[in-house]
Design a binder for this molecule. Structure first.
Ligand code: UD1
Ligand code: CA
Length: 454
């Protein structure tokens, strides 16, 4: 006996005012629907069916990596009609969990509790009590507090509108019952829709007690209908992650000013200053310090690394004790080994820098291997691109590159070489020697500065 989660995602989302179907809008860089999918997948032995409709091609294209049954609802005739489209993938012995593709932040523990509650009687609802219940279906209970029916706002009189316990839309129902009840739905109501909520009265008729549970947090049941709500849920998501990070031993200078858009793995005693964004898979080892306004994407940051303000680091591996920034850009394919220093206005792409080397000022290093204990002077440029192809630069250990040097690749600077400032290196530089290319300096005596004509 397993669970089948049916995610309703066919609605249009008019109020998003977007060409994108609503469920593809993102929280923390992940489509709303994908959040729901991943939470459903945390339930043991759970299959997923997704009912799609509006913008179907886009949804399929964007999310075809999800392991789900895709079920098309051609016309949106109501939530009951939507669930009906999924019946072919539901077996009688399953517990069917109904979820909404635009409600992204439900906790996995809440869904587990909902499924467990349904197993007692065959039917459970996730309800919530709201200060302002307007717009929601109201939960009507009898004098013994048993749930009797759900009345949609548009079908409600004033007495029912005053009820503050509402239907979140999430429920768990035995496949057998669902199959039977969906067959009995009609669209005889204010909206002319097939309401899934009508199965509540059918359950009561069949003497099935409807269990109810409530989520721990209100944000778990909030849906996205417009961009204001999208932004609101983004903040809930981020604050929750900030809490988790602090609980795990990370110092955040301001938990309201960090964004995690992906998976962030952390060690201990990490300090993160304000406005830092983590994207994709990032890991931070113990005692990493990150200054303000930095973006780190898909990178591993080693122990004791210090990243100063305003850096952008992408697809990189940074070794222990290395210092980066302020204002440095580390681009894809870069590996900085241990105790490397990268300073301001330095860009490094697809390069390896070995232990103890320094690239401190105003420099471009691309497609380069730099050995140990190398010093790269200010304003050094690796000319790695001839307009058609890219070439590598290889710099040995203990090399000293003077300021304002161009290294025209492919080129090799052997161990211990010194390159004088201002040199354009076009031939390999031998080990241990000084290499320079400069026109001789001359001074002209008696030379007069031009003066302005009167
Ligand atoms: C529904 C519930 C209401 C509940 C509210 C919570 C019904 C009849 N009403 O109302 O009790 O308080 O959710 O938000 O169930 N969808 C489809 N196909 C359809 C219709 C809807 O896939 O034909 C999807 C939508 O994309 C959305 C979800 O189902 O994700 C809910 O639909 P929506 O129209 O927002 O339901 P409400 O009328 O708000
Ligand atoms: Ca809704």
């Amino acid at each position: 006996m397993g669970t089948t989660a049916i995610i309703l995602a066919a609605g249009k989302g008019t109020r998003m005012r977007s060409v994108l179907p609503k469920v593809l809008h993102k929280v923390a860089h992940m489509p709303l629907l994908e959040h729901v999918y991943h939470t459903a997948k945390t339930i043991p032995d759970c299959k997923v069916g997704i009912v799609y409709g509006h913008g179907g091609e886009l949804v399929l294209e964007e999310l075809n990596h999800l392991k789900a049954e895709w079920l098309e609802q051609r016309e949106q005739l109501g939530t009951g009609h939507a669930v009906k489209q999924a019946l072919p993938v539901v077996s009688e012995n399953d517990t069917v969990l109904i979820l909404y593709g635009d409600v992204p932040l439900t906790l996995s523990s809440t869904l587990n509790d909902l499924v467990t509650a349904s197993q007692e009687t065959g039917f459970s609802l996730l309800t919530v009590t709201l200060e302002n219940p307007a717009g929601y279906g109201r939960i009507v209970r009898n004098s013994e507090h048993f749930i009797e029916r759900i009345v949609e706002e548009k079908d409600a009189d004033d007495a029912i509108k005053s009820i503050s316990e509402v239907n979140t839309g999430m429920m768990a129902v035995s496949g057998k019952h669902l199959n039977k009840w969906l067959g009995q739905l009609s669209n005889d109501n204010a909206q002319g829709e097939y309401y899934l909520t009508d199965i509540v009265e059918m359950a009561v008729t069949d003497n099935i007690e409807i269990k109810s549970i409530q989520p721990e947090n209100e944000y778990e049941v909030l849906g996205v209908n417009n961009r204001l709500q999208l932004a609101e849920l983004e903040r809930f998501y981020q604050l929750k992650h900030a809490d988790e990070l602090m609980t795990a031993g990370v110092t955040l200078k301001d938990p309201a000013r960090i964004d995690v858009r992906g998976d962030l793995e952390v060690g201990q005693d990490i300090i993160v200053d304000v406005n830092v964004i983590f994207e994709g898979n990032v890991s931070l080892s113990d005692k990493v310090k990150i200054g303000p306004n930095t973006v780190i994407r898909n990178s591993q940051i080693g122990e004791n690394v210090e990243i100063l303000a305003n850096c952008v680091i992408e697809d990189a591996v940074i070794g222990k004790g290395t210092k980066i920034g302020p204002f440095a850009r580390i681009r894809p394919g870069t590996k900085l080994a241990e105790n490397v220093h990268v300073g301001n206005f330095v860009e490094i792409k697809n390069s390896n820098v070995a232990n103890g080397s320094k690239v401190n000022h105003l420099t471009y290093i691309g497609d380069t291997d730099i050995g140990k204990d190398v010093n790269i002077g200010a304003g050094t440029i690796t000319c790695n691109y001839d307009g058609a192809n890219k070439f590598r630069t290889v710099i040995g250990d203990n090399v000293f590159i003077g300021s304002d040097t161009q290294l025209v690749a492919p080129i090799e600077i052997a161990d211990g070489a010194t390159i004088a400032a201002g040199t354009t290196v076009t031939k390999n530089a031998p080990a241990g020697q000084l290499t320079l290319s400069r026109t001789k300096q001359v001074s002209i005596s008696g030379w007069k500065r031009p003066v302005k004509n009167k």
